[in-house]
Design a protein around this ligand. Structure first.
Ligand code: COA
Length: 322
């Protein structure tokens, strides 16, 4: 059957040059490489240079995705930047990205769902394309969490990193099995204080620092992520066994393993970049997708299931045929 679909034409990523190792962190706070690796799987993460902004990372990821897609920036008519670390309170980081790419049509806006941001942005873009309100969309996840991490708090500072990932989606009339097949989004605001930033323009007039009750978030993660993945598959009428690749939000290797165990997913099918990226929040899913596509594991025609959970709490999943 033919239908209007959001087809994923290209993916790209960008990481800052500076690598921050666990050994360096152990010089700053009371931690060790052994503890971080055993509890999270993280070995290193990237940190933006002084003056390097979220928009700088987003622009580079967007250019890489457009090149991979073989599309010109001038044809883009929708840009959504998922970020919890915008350059400024306003205007949207997406506006800066739009201007830098030379895009002069359509809309560009930011979307805030913290670590679930890319999944929320992908679902949002898919709806715009399905309603024929845009034709060619850039969906970007970009973060500089190093700016909001409390570098004195060993419970959080070891987890996060900076980076950006992007995909190009085009509205195409094609086989219904191609492109974005289903999405599932959830927010439960009752858990807003499990993971939050203790500053903002309205409440404190400061930027604030990231605060997290890590073990409480951990307990929510496996259950809600598994549920979202099953729901996205159920909405598409496909069995999770037929999924070729799982591209999870890269928060903690133990969460990735826990979800895989719970759903009976072979670990070889799970793309993991957490060891070298850490948790890059909204950038983590597109960066992992980019890694899987770049090294040739994820191929055209493969069925890919992405998922994430983050502050809000928010969580969701997206099923895409590449
Ligand atoms: N180095 C050494 N010890 C540390 C540490 C560090 N970097 N961070 C915390 N600890 C200590 C704690 O102080 C605590 O010590 P105590 O028992 O003496 O009080 C102990 O380790 C256990 O802490 P706990 O928080 O229960 O550990 P954990 O096994 O849950 O692991 C996280 C901590 C943060 C790695 C884990 O909870 C996690 O990954 N949570 C989910 C995070 C997440 O996904 N967040 C983002 C969602 S987008």
């Amino acid at each position: 059957m033919m239908a209007l679909r959001s087809v994923l034409l290209g993916v790209g990523g960008h990481l800052p040059e500076r690598v921050l190792t666990n050994a360096e962190l152990a010089e700053r706070v009371d931690t060790s490489d052994e503890w971080i690796v055993a509890r999270t799987g993280i070995r290193e993460r990237r940190i933006a240079a002084d003056g390097e902004k979220t928009s700088d990372l987003a622009i580079k990821a967007a250019r890489a995705a457009l090149e991979h897609a073989g599309r010109d920036a001038h044809d883009v008519d929708l840009i959504i930047v998922a970020t919890a670390t915008p350059d400024l309170t306003f205007p949207a980081t997406a506006a800066r990205v739009q201007a830098a790419l030379g895009v002069v049509k359509g809309a560009a806006f930011d979307l805030q769902a913290v670590c679930s941001g890319f999944i929320f942005a992908l679902a949002t873009a898919d709806n715009f394309l399905a309603r024929e309100q845009a034709k060619l969309a850039l969906v970007i996840g970009a973060e500089t969490f190093s700016r909001i991490v409390d570098w004195e708090d060993r419970g959080t500072c070891v987890l996060f990193g900076d980076g950006a990932g992007a995909v190009v989606l085009e509205a195409q009339t094609c086989d219904t099995q191609r492109g974005v097949i289903s999405t599932f989004l959830r927010t439960d605001g009752r858990m807003h204080d499990l993971l939050y930033v203790d500053g903002g323009p309205s409440e404190t007039q400061t930027t604030g620092k990231l605060r997290m009750i890590g073990n409480a978030v951990f307990r929510q993660a496996v259950e809600h992520i598994s549920g979202a993945m099953l729901e996205a598959c159920a909405r598409a009428g496909v069995s999770i066994d037929t999924v070729d690749w799982f591209v999870p939000h890269q928060a903690n290797q133990r969460i990735l393993d826990g979800v895989a165990r719970r759903l009976g997913i072979p670990v070889e099918k799970v793309i993991s970049t957490v060891a070298v990226h850490g948790n890059t929040s909204a950038a983590s899913v597109p960066l992992a997708l980019d890694a899987g596509v770049s090294d040739g594991r994820i191929k055209k025609g493969d069925l890919v299931l992405m998922e994430a959970l983050g502050g809000g709490l928010t969580w969701g999943a997206a099923l895409v045929r590449m």
